[in-house]
Design a binder for this molecule. Structure first.
Ligand SMILES: [Zn+2]
Ligand SMILES: [Zn+2]
Length: 98
């Protein structure tokens, strides 16, 4: 009588502990991922991003191809800070696409 009664809470407790651990691990992984993404965004927002220009052969700042204005960079393209439209990235020195 007492044994099954004692075993059941133990099993439930063990299962609950496993669930809790899986949840904690997933939570930690998600947290790490979010922090990494936030840190990456912070870095991209902070430092002036430079690109290797094929023509100059140097790391150069980029400008937009429409206004030759500074570019706020997005994934695979940029936003011209002058007209706020999508633009291609261009070498600030020789004005060629990078
Ligand atoms: Zn160049
Ligand atoms: Zn523009």
């Amino acid at each position: 009588m007492a044994f099954p009664g004692a075993a059941q809470p133990f099993q439930a407790g063990e299962g609950g502990l496993q669930c809790w651990m899986v949840g904690a691990i997933v939570g930690v992984l998600v947290l790490v991922l979010v922090i990494l993404l936030a840190y990456q965004r912070y870095l991209v927002g902070k430092k002036p991003v430079q690109h290797l220009c094929d023509y100059c052969g140097h790391m150069v700042n980029v400008v937009s191809d429409c206004h030759h204005a500074p570019v706020r960079e997005r994934f695979l393209h940029g936003i011209c800070t002058e007209c706020r439209r999508e633009c291609r990235l261009m070498c600030a020195k020789c004005k060629r696409p990078v």
